[in-house]
Write a protein of this length. Structure first.
Lengths: 261, 305
C-alpha cells in the first residue's frame, strides 16, 4: 500500500489536488473489496454456495448429470456460477445500495472520475473472481477433476461472461430501487442457477427449455465452458455471440437508465 | 486567489413543473463562512447541490471558484469538499477507514488519524449504519474537509450533534475560515449561523429574501428600548423627539418602552430628551432582535409542509 503524505491539523490551509488516477482506482478497488469481504452474504454468494454445490453435486449420485465423471461435468458450471454471483448478483445489489446510501453521489463529487469508479469496480470484480476461480479449481482437482480443452478459451469465456453479467447487473440496479434490486438479483440468480443452463447441462433439459437456456447468458457461459472443459472442443461461436449480445444489451440499458443519485 | 469564491446570478432550477429555485442571486467572498438559512423546502439543498454540480441550472449562472460546476467538474472536484445532508458513506465502512480512503483520493490530504482524533472518531469500531446520528455527522464532516479543499459545502453540518460535538465542529469551521478556506453551510440552528457566519443568506420559496452579516440583519430595523423614570413623563413630547418609526409607551407606570426602529439615533434622542428635562433614566437597556426573530419575521411563522 502506498502511504499518503499528510498535513497536520494545525494547518488547514487549502492545498487541493487529486491523487494520481492509478492510485485512486487501486485504492477504490481495494476499499470495495475490503467491504465486500466483510459482508457475510456476499461471501456466501461468492464462495460458500459455489464450493458446497461443487462438492455436493460431485459426490451425490441421485442427481442425474448424464454419463461421465461427475466432477468434470459439475466444475465448468460452478465456474459459470462464480462469475454470475460476483459480476451480476453482488454487483447489482452493492450498486443499488451504494446509490441508495448516497455513496455514488458523494464519490461523484470526489476527484475520482466516473470512469475511474467503473474501472475500480471492475478491477474489484476481477480480483474477486480470480480468488474464486482459484478456490474452485483447487477443490475440483482435489475431487479428481480432469479438465480438457484450451485454457485460453476458458479465460476468454470467463472474461466475456464477466462483461455480460456485470453490465446486466448495472442495468438492473439502474432500473430498480435498492430493495427491489436485492430481491430480483437473488431471484434471477436462483432461476439461472437451476434452470438457466449454469449447472445442469443443457443437454439434460427438455426441448423448449434447452433452446431458451442456450440463449441465456448463464447457458452460454455454462454450456461454452462445458464444451471446452468436458468435450475438449474449441471456443463455441454461439456461446461467444450470445454473451456479446447480452453485453451490448446490458450496456445499452445501463447507459439509458443508470443514475448516480 | 480571486476575491469571490462563489457567484450565483439569476439561478432558476426546475424539476419538471416544480420550481425549486426561483431566481436566486448572491455571492460569497473567499475565506468567509456563509450560512444559508431557510425553512424546509426553501431551496437550500437544491441550491447547494447545484453549486456542487449535481443539478444543471434551468437558467442563470453559477460560478464556483471561477469555474462552471457542470463543464469544469473535473477541475473543480479536487478543490471542493462536500458534506451531503443524507449519507455518502458505505453502510459497512468504519470511521477511520472511510476517512483514510477519502484521503487517498487527494494529493495532499489532512492526516486522517488526527482528524479522527479531533472529531472523537478514533476509538470507533462500528460500521456506518450502526453509528449514532452524531457520529455519522462527524464522519461526513471529516470526509468533506480531508482533501484540503479551497471551498467546502456543508449541508446541515451540526444537525443531530450534541453540545460537545457541535463545539468541535464549530471550532473546526472557524479554523477553516482563518486558514483561508471558504465555507458555505446550510443550517436550521440559528445560533450556529449567528456565531459562525460572516454572511447570511435567507432563502424562502426558492428565492433569496435577505442577505447580510448577522449583525446587519439583527440590528437597526427593529427592537425595543426600555428605561425606568419618574411617573407620567410627557409621552407626546418624547414621541416628537424620537426618530420616525418609533413609538413610546409607559407600561407599567414608570417603565417607558420605545418600540420600532430602535437604533443609535433613537437611543441618542431618548437620552437627549431626558437631559433636557433633568431626568435620569435608570436601567436603560436596548434589546435587538435575535437572528431567530429576524428569520421568523422574514419567512413567516406558519409551519411549512
Amino acid at each position: 500500500m502506498t502511504t499518503t503524505p499528510t498535513a497536520t491539523l494545525t494547518d488547514l490551509r487549502p492545498n487541493p489536488g487529486a491523487a494520481p488516477i492509478g492510485r485512486m482506482v487501486i485504492r477504490q478497488a481495494s476499499f470495495e473489496l475490503k467491504l465486500l469481504v466483510r459482508n457475510g452474504e456476499q461471501l456466501l454468494l461468492a464462495f460458500i454456495i459455489p464450493l458446497v454445490l461443487l462438492v455436493g453435486l460431485s459426490s451425490v449420485s441421485w442427481i442425474n448429470l448424464g454419463p461421465g465423471s461427475r466432477v468434470n461435468i459439475v466444475t465448468p458450471g460452478i465456474l459459470a456460477l462464480a462469475v454470475m454471483s460476483t459480476a451480476f448478483t453482488s454487483r447489482a445489489i452493492a450498486t443499488g445500495f451504494d446509490r441508495r446510501y448516497g455513496v455514488l453521489k458523494l464519490l461523484g463529487a470526489s476527484p475520482l472520475p466516473r470512469w475511474g469508479l467503473v474501472a475500480a469496480k471492475t478491477l474489484a470484480i476481477i480480483v474477486l473472481e480470480i480468488v474464486q476461480v482459484g478456490a474452485i479449481v483447487i477443490v475440483a482437482f482435489l475431487l479428481g477433476w480432469t479438465p480438457r480443452g484450451n485454457p485460453l478459451a476458458v479465460v476468454v469465456l470467463l472474461i466475456m461472461g464477466t462483461a455480460a453479467f456485470s453490465t446486466l447487473g448495472l442495468a438492473l440496479a439502474g432500473v430498480l430501487r435498492a430493495e427491489a434490486t436485492l430481491a430480483v438479483a437473488n431471484g434471477i440468480y436462483l432461476l439461472l442457477l437451476f434452470a438457466g443452463g449454469t449447472i445442469v447441462p443443457i443437454a439434460l433439459m427438455p426441448g423448449p427449455m434447452a433452446v431458451v437456456a442456450k440463449l441465456l447468458p448463464s447457458g452460454a457461459l455454462g454450456g461454452g465452458l462445458r464444451d471446452v472443459l468436458v468435450a475438449g472442443n474449441s471456443l463455441s461461436l454461439l456461446a461467444v455471440t450470445v454473451l456479446l449480445a447480452w453485453f451490448v444489451f446490458g450496456l445499452a440499458v445501463a447507459a439509458r437508465t443508470f443514475r448516480w443519485d | 486567489m480571486s476575491e469571490t469564491a462563489l457567484e450565483i446570478d439569476g439561478l432558476v432550477l426546475k424539476y419538471g413543473r416544480t420550481v425549486a429555485i426561483d431566481g436566486a442571486s448572491f455571492s460569497v467572498r473567499t475565506g468567509t463562512v456563509t450560512g444559508v438559512l431557510g425553512p424546509n423546502g426553501a431551496g437550500k439543498t437544491s441550491m447547494i447541490e447545484t453549486c456542487e454540480g449535481y443539478n444543471s441550472p434551468t437558467s442563470g449562472t453559477v460560478s464556483v471558484l471561477g469555474l462552471d460546476p457542470q463543464t469544469d467538474a473535473r477541475a473543480l472536484r479536487p478543490r471542493v469538499g462536500v458534506m451531503l445532508q443524507e449519507g455518502g458513506v458505505p453502510s459497512g465502512a468504519r470511521a477511520q477507514e472511510s476517512i483514510r480512503h477519502m484521503a487517498s483520493l487527494y494529493a495532499n490530504p489532512l492526516d486522517p488519524g488526527e482528524l479522527a482524533d479531533r472529531l472523537g472518531l478514533s476509538g470507533l469500531r462500528t460500521s456506518y449504519r450502526r453509528m449514532s446520528g452524531g457520529e455519522q455527522q462527524r464522519l461526513k464532516f471529516a470526509i468533506a474537509i480531508v482533501g484540503r479543499p479551497d471551498l467546502v459545502f456543508l449541508d446541515e453540518p451540526t444537525a443531530g450533534l450534541d453540545a460537545q460535538a457541535r463545539n468541535v465542529v464549530r471550532e473546526l469551521i472557524d479554523q477553516l475560515r482563518s486558514s483561508g478556506v471558504t465555507v458555505v453551510l446550510t443550517t436550521h440552528q440559528m445560533d450556529d449561523a449567528e456565531q459562525l457566519a460572516d454572511e447570511i443568506v435567507v432563502m424562502d420559496g426558492g428565492k433569496v429574501i435577505a442577505t447580510g452579516s448577522p449583525e446587519a440583519l439583527m440590528s437597526g430595523s427593529s427592537g425595543e428600548l426600555v428605561f425606568q423614570g419618574p411617573l407620567r413623563l410627557d409621552l407626546a413630547s418624547l414621541q416628537l423627539a424620537l426618530p420616525e418609526g418609533c413609538t413610546v409607551s409607559e407600561s407599567p407606570p414608570g417603565t417607558y418602552r420605545v418600540a420600532g426602529e430602535v437604533g443609535p439615533h433613537a437611543l441618542a434622542a431618548v437620552t437627549a430628551w431626558c437631559a433636557q428635562r433633568g431626568v435620569m433614566p435608570s436601567q436603560l437597556s436596548t434589546q435587538g432582535r435575535s437572528l431567530e426573530d429576524v428569520f421568523l419575521s422574514l419567512t413567516g411563522r406558519e409551519v411549512r409542509p
